[in-house]
Design a protein around this ligand. Structure first.
Ligand SMILES: Nc1ncnc2c1ncn2[C@@H]1O[C@H](COP(=O)(O)OP(=O)(O)O)[C@@H](O)[C@H]1O
Ligand SMILES: [Mg+2]
Length: 328
């Protein structure tokens, strides 16, 4: 079979640029060179990212002129024109439907969800309204816009988070007697909409789903941050968080969690992959926190971990995501 050309889009301009670069490098290191010709493009500049070990050092058009804006990607010479793009971007501009819309317009298939599901999932406030209406249990709370009054009474402990960021950026857990106002101000530095939620005490878990129409829930992962809080450091520092997979749950609860993850994937209309973050409260209720359409794939990330427990090497996981991207 002829080798496929794969463009790995990474970097970008969101607050999670560093995570994206890590995700992208991990992907480049695992793509099977027997199957793919691949290169890394920084979506912030449209240029090939040097030092990322892709097989192409420069991207050129049919006349040999270098291509250095993302907009000209479709003009790449036939031996370089991407058959598929792997979107290794997180946050705004990469995970929110924007790059997906561009790739749709120029006719390049891409991994993961389409425009609507991406946009909806990245907006934690609107996806919460939508998923709650679909019967998914989520923490009680309010969504606050930039121009709404900020002196609202809210019982503590509470969680304040910006609608459009990931990696716990701009998120504060406000304990009893804590400063809710300061947490709200911080949240608004990241987004024009924030969520204030009841703090759900319990066991944190996450469940990834693979597929377009036929969906496969991967083994559930239990997350135990050593410091107690699952912040940026706990997410990306090797050893800072204990991840137990499969999670120590009964078969029944595991099945419930996997069904909820599949329901979220379907409700939002996700494609390819998703990873739903949840907390099981002390009384056994399963709360959904958020759905990620482009889960991290850094060396410490959860989706590759769950996939490996399900029997996929990282390389096979990428093959699967590429096949799903090309599936009509
Ligand atoms: N309502 C909540 N109750 C308890 N913990 C929460 C709540 N919301 C978020 N958290 C904690 O903050 C982390 C990040 O929140 P999440 O909504 O998953 O956003 P993101 O991962 O995109 O930053 C969660 O993994 C969890 O540890
Ligand atoms: Mg999360």
């Amino acid at each position: 079979m002829a080798k496929r050309n794969v463009a790995v889009l990474m970097g970008g301009t969101s607050s999670e640029r560093d995570i994206s670069l890590s995700t992208g490098r991990q992907i480049l290191g695992a793509l099977d060179p027997a199957k793919y010709r691949y290169y890394a493009i920084d979506s912030a500049t449209g240029k090939i990212l040097p030092g990322c070990d892709g097989s192409a050092k420069a991207l050129t058009d049919a006349d040999g002129a270098e291509i250095s804006t993302l907009a000209r990607l479709p003009e790449a010479a036939p031996d370089q024109r991407p058959d598929v793009a792997i979107i290794a971007l997180h946050g705004k501009g990469g995970e929110d439907g924007v790059i997906q819309g561009f790739l749709e317009t120029v006719g390049i298939p891409y991994t993961g969800s389409g425009v609507l599901a991406s946009a909806l999932a990245l907006d934690k406030a609107r996806s919460k309204t939508f998923l709650s209406a679909s019967g998914i249990l989520m923490p009680a709370g309010v969504n606050l816009g930039k121009n709404d009054p900020r002196d609202i009474p809210f019982p503590l402990p509470a969680v304040v988070k910006p609608a459009g960021s990931g990696s716990s950026d701009g998120l504060t857990i406000v304990s009893e007697g804590g400063d809710l106002g300061a947490a709200i101000e911080l949240g608004f530095q990241y987004d024009d909409t924030i969520l204030i939620e009841e703090f759900v005490q319990g066991t944190e878990i996450t469940c990834a789903v693979l597929g377009n129409d036929r969906l496969e829930a991967l083994p559930v992962i239990e997350i135990i941050p050593a410091k107690g809080v699952y912040d940026r450091e706990a997410k990306y520092t090797p050893g800072a968080t204990d991840e137990i997979c499969p999670a120590r749950l009964s078969a029944d609860v595991t099945q419930d969690v996997q069904e909820i993850a599949i329901r979220c994937h379907r409700a939002l209309g996700c494609r390819g992959m998703s990873r739903t973050d949840m907390i099981i409260s002390g009384d056994g209720r399963i709360y959904v926190l958020e759905v990620n359409t482009i889960p991290g794939m850094t060396p410490t990330s959860l989706l590759p971990r769950a996939a490996s427990v399900a029997g996929y090497t990282f390389s096979q996981l990428l093959d699967r995501l590429i096949d799903l991207a090309l599936e009509k």
